[in-house]
Design a protein around this ligand. Structure first.
Ligand SMILES: NC(=O)c1ccc[n+]([C@@H]2O[C@H](COP(=O)([O-])OP(=O)(O)OC[C@H]3O[C@@H](n4cnc5c(N)ncnc54)[C@H](OP(=O)(O)O)[C@@H]3O)[C@@H](O)[C@H]2O)c1
Length: 350
């Protein structure tokens, strides 16, 4: 059994990691940290785990050496203590934004302060298996992914020249690519703020970032798109992200070409599904049916009269957008089947 621990286990992504890892057949969860819940049973914070674990929260100061350490800390914390964490485990999966970007200057531009450990930035593989599966085999350090970046990267993946055998070059990448993103409240973490207070957050359709969201940097970096913009809107759901990207296809590209590109990506990636139906309720990707599952549902529509393509991706932000991808990365890192422990197919109706 692989011994794993979670630093920052009382938060939402930490809770989701625990749900996945205590049911994972190849790992044993050794320690889960929380400073504010020290000594409490983890199920008192994550009530869905009652009767499944008797683990109690430990102090991050008393971590034992393990095989894999998951870091589920607020932004900026992992980079200040990365040497300490690396001394505790040969393998690290960090869910934060600290090691997603490759370039220290790009990091400073988007995050507003210098990186505390720039020499570590290139030691991490970007944590989206659909883009970096080959590099993950045997890697020691894998970063997390931004949930909005993941929905965006996967929405556009079949359309751009991004990975090995799936090479496609179907859209005008010099033209603006606009991605509208709707997000649920769990994206903000368990801590809370005035905007997440129920009377303020309930029933909203609130655009909080028309452009300039930090996750834009991950889409630029990973897909090589110089002219991409994300618009972020909070909606009244707890889990889920829906990315709706607008782009222009190259002259002559048809719906048939897009089908071929989407099928190639879905065939190579166990958690990518195509949702494009002519009838029924679920004709396009929708986060509602993905809660708790690691699937990313992709869809598209092309107006062949003017080349406007609408590419969609729905995910659960805590799964494919965070902890699900992190466990998938761990599986690849350890040479396990990447779907191990991630088979839950979601609920319907919900
Ligand atoms: N929520 C999402 O949808 C999502 C998606 C993708 C990526 N992420 C990223 O994943 C990370 C965690 O997000 P989250 O939503 O799970 O956050 P969260 O709910 O706020 O949880 C943060 C956790 O870190 C612990 N913590 C805080 N400061 C710490 C410190 N200095 N040292 C040790 N532990 C500390 C907290 O517990 P104590 O304070 O009790 O120790 C808590 O367990 C973030 O970097 C976020 O950007 C989140």
């Amino acid at each position: 059994m692989t011994r794993v621990s979670i630093v920052g286990g009382s938060g939402y992504t930490g809770g989701e990691l625990l749900r996945l890892l205590i049911a994972h057949p190849e790992v044993e969860v050794v320690q889960v940290t929380s400073r504010s819940r020290l000594g409490e049973f983890v199920y008192q914070t994550h009530p869905n785990l009652r009767k499944r674990t008797t683990l109690k929260f430990s102090s991050p100061e008393q971590l034992e050496p393990v095989d894999v350490l998951f870091l589920a800390l607020p932004h900026g914390q992992a980079q200040t203590k990365i040497e300490h964490y690396a001394a505790l485990a040969p393998n690290i999966v960090d869910l934060s934004a600290d090691f997603r970007l490759r370039d220290a200057a790009v990091y400073q531009k988007w995050y507003g302060s210098p990186h505390a450990a720039p020499e570590w930035m290139n030691k991490f593989v970007y944590g989206l298996p659909e883009l970096h599966r080959a590099e993950m085999a045997g890697a020691n350090y894998i970063s997390g992914v931004g949930c909005n970046a993941t929905a965006s990267n996967l929405a556009l993946l079949p359309l751009v020249n991004a990975v090995g055998d799936n090479r496609a070059d179907l859209i005008e990448t010099a033209s603006p690519i606009i991605i509208e993103i709707k997000v649920g409240s769990s994206e903000g973490g368990a801590e809370g703020n005035p905007g997440s207070h129920h009377p303020e957050r309930s029933s909203v359709i609130r655009t909080f970032s028309p452009f300039g969201h930090r996750h834009t940097a991950e889409v630029m970096q990973e897909l090589g798109l110089p002219n991409v913009s994300l618009t972020m809107t909070s909606v009244d759901i707890v889990r889920g992200v829906l990315a709706t990207a607008h782009a222009t296809v190259k002259p002559g590209v048809t719906t048939k070409d897009l089908w071929k590109a989407y099928r190639a990506v879905a065939n190579e990636n166990p958690f990518i599904r195509i949702v494009k139906e002519q009838r029924g309720i679920y004709r396009v990707p929708e986060p509602k049916i993905l809660a708790g599952s690691n699937y990313a549902d992709l869809g598209f529509e092309l107006d062949e009269s003017n080349g406007h393509v609408v590419a969609m991706c729905a995910i659960d932000n805590l799964m494919k957008g965070a902890s699900g991808s992190a466990v998938q990365c761990m599986n690849l890192m350890l040479g396990l089947d990447e779907t191990t422990g991630l088979e839950f197919m979601g609920l319907h109706p919900i």
